[in-house]
Design a protein around this ligand. Structure first.
Ligand SMILES: Cc1ncc(COP(=O)(O)O)c(C=O)c1O
Length: 406
């Protein structure tokens, strides 16, 4: 059952009209609804001009559409437009914080806390910062159910050396939904800054950035039914005001003389060069699409699909599921291994039947090591995922077992 049958809303994804296509790789990138494709094309065909410079009507129109889209994106997650910075992707947003905030706030003897389940995008920037400054990385362990321990967090925070706690909202492998508001509150009480990686959360559940209260919250447009080339950093105003620019050049300045430069106000101070204009407009349409469906309904649907998938997959004796056993503790994805076949073989054989899943380390090599596996197969869900899609996955796994099993 797709969400459309629950909500009576029309889910029009042109790519899913391809005969037999079963797309279970939305955690890698989401497919795009027709309204988003149309918004991108419509902007380029009828409204295209650069922003922040032209005074002719077409440029004023482009400016207005760009500003309205930023406001819509911010409002969607309960953030302020001035505190909503447009980047290239989530990875660049994290690097912005690492370079700009990190250069002023982290030094030898300080500590940065990550979980063992972070995506490389939320590991490597901090690892590099520690290597350059002499700060220490501390890893919050994930247990056999994919959960982190708040007691271990408190233990790490107790010596007052922690400058940053950077945690994923939803793990892209385990699916675990972390208690991010609680983590933020504990970190703040200990004087540490916080960054939440919401890349796997924003399109799948209600997210209220203000209620979570993190200093920085990042996500990425292409996983949220938007185009590639756009990511979002929400930052608390006082943090962003105090930080130096990340990239420098056009657009991020107020004045430039032969000797000196003064910087633009927020959010432009962190947006050097021409921004992804059409992509921002299209992401505005994408969040409007999710808002129209209703974030609670999206979450209910994906939780129901996840429960259905967990139930079906745990009946396969050769299969081991990673992460929490309950769908309510998970986002809309399930990673697993099969005793008899390598994940790449699993994905390749499923692909022969047009069942699209991801196989590999999912940019989480430290987590793979912790789990004691080289790779997993991951099926991930979206608003268009139906129980029939899960049935196709299970049937395909049956064929994999026929080929590789004893
Ligand atoms: C949890 C998580 N964080 C960050 C990223 C990086 O996103 P992007 O490649 O769009 O920067 C991903 C992408 O897979 C992700 O799953």
């Amino acid at each position: 059952m797709a969400i459309a049958t629950q909500t009576a809303l029309d889910l029009d994804f042109p790519i899913l009209e391809q005969e037999g296509l079963v797309y279970l790789d939305s955690a890698a990138t989401s497919q795009k609804p027709r309204v988003v494709i149309d918004a991108l094309g419509d902007f380029l065909a009828h409204h295209n001009a650069n922003v922040h410079r032209g005074v002719y009507p077409l440029a004023v129109d482009a400016d207005q559409r760009f500003n309205a889209a930023r406001a819509q994106i911010a409002q969607f997650v309960g953030a302020e437009p001035a505190e909503t910075i447009i980047t290239k992707n989530a990875t660049e947003a994290i690097n912005l914080v690492r370079y700009s905030w990190g250069s002023q706030n982290v030094g030898a003897g300080d500590a940065i806390i990550l979980t063992e389940a972070e995506h490389h995008s939320n590991i490597v920037p901090w690892q590099q910062l520690c290597a350059q400054t002499g700060a220490e990385l501390r890893w919050l362990e994930v247990d056999h159910e994919g959960m982190v321990s708040l007691e271990q967090l408190d233990g790490f925070l107790a010596d007052g050396r922690t400058k940053m706690v950077a945690v994923t909202h939803v793990s892209n492998v385990l699916g675990t939904i972390n208690p991010v508001a609680e983590i933020v509150a504990r970190a703040r009480a200990a004087g540490a800054a916080t960054l939440i990686d919401g890349s796997q959360a924003v399109p799948h559940m209600p997210v209220d950035v203000a209620a979570i209260g993190a200093d920085f919250y990042v996500w990425t447009g292409h996983k949220a039914y938007g185009p590639t080339g756009i990511g979002i950093l929400h930052g608390r105003r006082e943090m962003l005001e105090a930080m130096p620019p990340f990239l420098t050049g056009g657009d991020m300045i107020k004045t430039v003389s032969f000797d000196d430069t003064t910087f633009n106000e927020l959010p432009f101070k962190f947006e050097a060069g021409t921004p992804p204009i059409a992509e921002t407009v299209a992401l505005g349409t994408a969040v409007g699409f999710i808002a129209e469906l209703g974030t609670e309904r999206v979450r209910d649907h994906e939780q129901a699909i996840t429960a259905y998938a967990l139930d079906a997959l745990c009946r396969i004796p050769e299969l081991t599921i990673q992460g929490p056993s309950e769908a309510e503790q998970r986002g809309g994805l399930v990673s697993f291994t099969l005793d008899c076949a390598h994940p790449h073989d699993v994905a390749e054989i499923l692909g022969r039947d047009q069942v699209c899943v991801r196989a590999g380390h999912h940019c989480t090599q430290p987590l793979m090591k912790k789990l004691g596996v080289g790779a997993t197969t991951r099926a991930s869900f979206a608003v268009h995922t139906s129980t029939e899609d899960i049935d196709a996955l299970v049937a395909g796994l049956g064929r994999v077992i026929e080929i590789f099993g004893d």
